[in-house]
Design a protein around this ligand. Structure first.
Ligand code: SF4
Ligand code: SF4
Length: 437
């Protein structure tokens, strides 16, 4: 066998495809199989395609569409009885597709800018935050909407523009603290991953996260030199770029001597949780990445462990929960968000059928595969409607925007709202719990 064929097999994790026994248990769990109805767009079908490409029985291009239409939600991995490592197979397939894609010069320059210039750069992320704040604050947004200019935006970006949160002012973002003391007897010191998009567009949610941790008894350090987690890079097959970002974050948080490295975005959290896997073949980094991953926690897990809050305000709302698939199927965080929700006085919890199924957001899937994503979202909204909830709580910014989009598509703006769990907890007036005597 040629060296190139061997390399391809390794890159595609060929040996892992044999763990799939073709039982089909994963089919009902797969959102793209549900909406697209094709075997090639199911987990089993995709694994078969990868195997065939690795064996030289099919071309790389034959797997492009089915692989690109996979949400990467990993629901199939959770239900698989033989523990097929679908995430690794998908990641390998994406990196092969990335290597084989013939890009125009313009495409290459745009991608280089987005992935190597924009996301890792605090400067650029701040500039986007500032421009959005200016656009919202000065009335430009109202003019653009009224004149129909937003509708001219490419890639359906007008739809996302309509559901963006109110962005914090440049002054507020610039002056955010780097260390926040615990507001009760400190029980631990944690590092906070402020994220790239989270920090510029969801600054209030970040602020609320830090406040909750501090009221619950954690000292929070927010290192300035941290960077993007690399999730978008990894999900588009740009593994080398993702590794560089991971190394920067590992170095930054190693200096802080913290008990946990906390995040509030399910998708980013899953990436941080898997830095050990990302750097497993680099001996100089493997152990350091393992330490980092071991300390990575979603904020709901840390708040549950701290058990330091009591909620003073009764919310009197019917609440349903749309979990982040990366938080559920990769980080395996399931009970903590629900326990926190149920600790709020006055809420009535309404479970949504398939609340742990992907909403179709999946990183930038809803931008690059807009129509497919909206089909998945419409199924989700039908299930949401049946709960008769007036609040949908999520734990990831992408899911939050997607659910807001779903509310709009379903014409439910007057009856239903979507909110990040952290912001919802803050609305319930959390105060440091008095220690038991
Ligand atoms: S459940 Fe697992 S073993 Fe069964 S078809 Fe799906 S991936 Fe293969
Ligand atoms: S990751 Fe999600 S969309 Fe992709 S095959 Fe698995 S269940 Fe289906």
């Amino acid at each position: 066998m040629s060296e190139a064929a061997n390399r391809l097999k390794k890159q595609l994790h060929y040996e892992k495809t044999f763990d799939c026994v073709q039982c089909g248990y994963c089919l009902p769990a797969c959102p793209t199989y549900e909406t697209m109805g094709k075997e090639t767009h199911s987990p089993r079908g995709r694994i078969n395609l990868v195997k065939m490409v690795a064996e030289g029985k099919s071309s790389v291009e034959n797997m492009r569409e089915p692989i690109e239409k996979c949400l990467g939600c990993r629901a199939c991995q959770t239900v698989c009885p033989t523990n097929v490592q679908y995430g690794e197979i998908l990641e390998g397939a994406k990196s092969v597709l990335e290597d084989h894609e013939k890009k125009t010069k313009k495409q290459q320059v745009t991608e280089d800018f987005i992935f190597n210039g924009l996301f890792p750069s605090r400067k650029w992320m701040n500039a986007i935050g500032n421009a959005t704040w200016f656009y919202q604050k000065t009335g430009l947004q109202a003019i653009a909407r009224k004149s129909g200019m937003t509708a001219m935006a490419p890639l359906h970006l007008d739809k996302f523009e309509a559901v963006l949160p109110k962005v914090a002012s440049p002054f507020e973002r610039r002056n955010s603290p780097r260390l926040v003391k615990a507001k009760r007897n400190p029980k631990m010191r944690v590092g906070f991953v402020s994220g790239c998009v989270m920090d510029s567009m969801f600054h209030q949610t970040n602020k609320n996260t830090i406040e909750l941790l501090s009221r619950a008894g954690a000292e929070v350090v927010i290192p300035k030199a941290q960077t993007c987690c690399g999730a978008l890079h990894a999900h588009t097959g740009k593994l080398e770029e993702a590794r560089q970002l991971a190394k920067q974050n590992i170095e930054v948080f190693e200096k802080e001597n913290v008990n946990y490295i906390v995040n509030n975005a399910g998708g980013c959290g899953a990436m941080l949780f898997e830095y050990d896997h990302l750097l497993k073949d680099e001996p100089d980094w493997n152990r350091r990445a393992e330490q980092f991953s071991k300390k990575s926690r979603d904020v709901t897990v840390v708040l549950t462990e701290l058990d330091g809050l009591e909620f003073r305000h009764s919310m009197n709302e019917r609440v349903t929960y749309q979990s982040s698939c990366h938080m559920t199927h990769v980080q395996k965080v399931t009970s903590e968000p629900l326990a926190l929700l149920e600790g709020i006085p006055g809420i009535t919890y309404r479970e949504m059928a398939g609340y742990d199924r992907c909403c179709g957001s999946a990183g930038i899937y809803n931008i690059v595969n807009y129509e497919d994503s909206m089909e998945i979202l419409d199924v989700k909204m039908e299930k949401t409607r049946r709960t008769k909830a007036d609040t949908i709580v999520t734990t990831n910014p992408g899911c939050l925007l997607q659910m807001k989009l779903g509310i709009q598509r379903a014409g439910l703006e007057k009856e239903v709202r979507a909110v990040h769990l952290v912001d919802f907890l803050m609305e319930a007036d959390p105060q440091p719990k008095e220690p038991r005597k």
